[in-house]
Design a protein around this ligand. Structure first.
Ligand SMILES: [Zn+2]
Length: 590
């Protein structure tokens, strides 16, 4: 017994000696191959795998002491919270001169090195306005289905194009994360909005090892860059909660996209001139019924006090858009807004409770009107969020119709650009879904089983959607010969081969063992078949695919989009178009 204890003690002594004497740098942020906009603020961090003394650490950049290059001394953290290890941290630095920067962090005779590329931009902007459209989860199949459903196809040729089809420059976008080949909307949009890749769930930060989701090394987000470099107006429009990953990534910094109450604060801190979408629950104080805050902050009142027009319904949005202030804060739903199909045809979802929600087209129109009042131009981000939110539960009709509405919002931007040619329009998605159009489903095909009614190859023919009122949307979704759209990944669920007229599809529900099983609600739909899932049973919906995304763009600077690009490369093209790397004018802080 005594011997064992002694052995354990000496082992502990030995290992602590080893730790303090031999800890080395295991991570440097920004990561290797980071591309950094000249002059943009970021945090620099080196993490050691154990405790080190400051005097045992040497950090150089291109062979020179880091202090000389970065102009600041680091904060040395002997032991990081919850981690028996040291770190050095340098917040809010920037590098003025473009070039290659090799960072070497040495301790215990070992060196970790990363190389950053700091890029400059032209001194003068190529454009006055940038409109960035993000179709959340928008895959090639969504576009194909939207085109067929909206325009039709005769003898093999599309009877019309989508607005995004007319964009004359394009690129394939890879959407992987720093910690995974897969991606989520947080870190994908973050890469578009910062030029830095990050980890799943992270926004505007590199993901470090400490638990605190607000202490991670930050990088500048587009919203801040717009504020830092000039006096353009800034707008955010989304059909999701405004604290959801995509809109959040324009303004926020957190390791955890779920920090929605804090993200609401971060959005207010940047004060975009136009903010339109859902997520009201995080903007109202805890005392108000329906609030999801744990404090008494009332952002509706704060925005109002700052001179914003406030809107909570479509009617109020119309009223607000008549004002000349150029500042509108419109929140139309406590959570995510309802889909076009629910708002306009099926009246399901939460439309009964919130009957007067504007759509993405209404919101985009208002945003363009308000933002274009700024003589210096604007940057607007528009998200079609429910393409993704309806693709997860395999509700393809809703997802495709959302794509049509998203495309009509793009149509407004194209119209705007006709009279304002100094406008760059970018249309992209943040990740794909595992979905394809394979033909049609024809109720009049013989057979009793629904799968026998799936038409493939010549049997597919053409669907019979109609658009008699010419609004670009199918007059009804439950036609007798409709698109056959299937996912390649799913939980256990009942495939009904039919549109979900009763409300957004809920494919799987949790059982007593907290595993997701097929939702029995659809069991008795005539012809429904049980599909055994091919993803783990703790997943309730389909998942994102790693497939590339198609980006299309038009306007000055759009020729920068070509070939294969990362989302982080897209930021660089936007930064160049806006000359965000030019010596800053430093707009007076709001
Ligand atoms: Zn998603």
């Amino acid at each position: 017994m005594r011997k064992t204890l002694l052995a354990a003690a000496s082992l502990a002594l030995l290992s602590s000696t080893v730790l303090s004497g031999a800890a080395f740098a295991e991570a440097v942020y920004p990561l290797d191959r980071a591309t950094i906009l000249q002059g943009s603020p970021f945090d620099f961090k080196v993490e050691f795998d154990g405790v080190v003394k400051p005097e045992d650490v040497k950090i150089t950049i291109n062979g020179e002491d880091y202090k000389k290059v970065l102009g600041k001394e680091v904060t040395f953290v002997e032991k990081e919270p919850g981690v028996e290890a040291s770190a050095v941290l340098l917040r809010d630095i920037s590098i003025a001169a473009p070039g290659s920067y090799k960072v070497e962090a040495s301790a215990a005779g070992k060196t970790k090195s990363v190389t950053w590329e700091v890029y400059g931009t032209p001194a003068l902007p190529k454009v006055k306005n940038v409109i960035f459209f993000l179709g959340d989860g928008m895959s090639v199949a969504h576009r194909t289905a939207a085109r067929i459903m909206s325009k039709g196809n005769t003898e093999g040729k599309a009877n019309g194009k989508l607005n995004m089809d007319y964009m004359d420059h394009m690129a394939f976008i890879g959407t992987s994360s720093t910690d995974s080949i897969a991606v989520d909307s947080a870190n994908s949009m973050s890469a578009y909005m910062t030029g830095h890749k990050s980890a799943i769930n992270a926004i505007g930060v590199y993901a470090d090892r400490t638990k605190d989701s607000f202490d991670d090394p930050k990088v500048e987000v587009l919203g801040e860059a717009v504020r830092r470099t000039g006096s353009k107006a800034l707008g955010i429009v989304s059909t999701a909660e405004l604290q959801d990953a995509t809109p959040a990534a324009v303004v926020a910094h957190t390791r955890k996209r779920a920090d929605k109450a804090e993200i609401a604060q971060m959005m207010y801190d940047v004060r975009p001139d136009v903010v339109l979408g859902g997520g009201g629950a995080y903007f109202i104080p805890q005392s108000t019924p329906g609030s999801k805050r744990k404090d008494d902050k009332n952002f509706v009142e704060l925005f109002k006090a700052d001179g914003y027009q406030i809107a909570t319904t479509k009617a109020e949005l119309e009223q607000a858009s008549k004002s000349n202030s150029g500042k509108i804060f419109g929140v139309f739903h406590p959570g995510n807004m309802d889909t076009w199909l629910d708002r306009n045809q099926l009246k399901k979802g939460t439309v009964g409770k919130f009957p007067d929600q504007p759509g993405l087209v209404d919101m985009t129109k208002t945003a363009l009107d308000a933002l274009s009042k700024n003589p210096d131009g604007f940057v607007l981000m528009v998200e079609g969020a429910s393409i993704d939110k309806m693709s997860h539960p395999l509700d393809w009709d809703r997802a495709v119709v959302e794509t049509i509405e998203f495309d009509q919002a793009i149509g407004l931007a194209r119209e705007f650009a006709k009279t304002n040619p100094d406008t760059l329009i970018v249309v992209t998605g943040d990740h794909a879904h595992g979905v394809s159009v394979i033909g049609t489903i024809d109720d009049n095909k013989p057979g009793t089983e629904m799968r026998e009614k799936v038409g493939t190859y010549a049997e597919a023919g053409f669907p019979n959607y109609e658009d008699k009122d010419g609004d670009g949307f199918p007059d009804r979704i439950d036609v007798s010969k409709r698109l056959a759209i299937f996912a390649n990944n799913y939980p256990d669920y009942y495939e009904t081969f039919r549109p979900k007229l009763d409300g957004p599809f809920v494919p799987a529900v949790q059982n007593a063992e907290k595993k997701y099983v097929a939702n029995e609600q659809y069991k008795d739909v005539p012809g429904a078949v049980l599909r055994i899932g091919n993803i783990p049973r703790d997943g309730d919906t389909g998942v994102h695919a790693v497939d590339d995304i198609v980006l299309q763009a038009t306007g000055p600077g759009a020729d920068g989009f070509k070939g294969y690009m990362e989302e982080s490369d897209v930021y660089r093209v936007i930064a160049e178009a806006l000359a965000l790397g030019a010596p800053t004018k430093r707009a007076s802080a709001q």
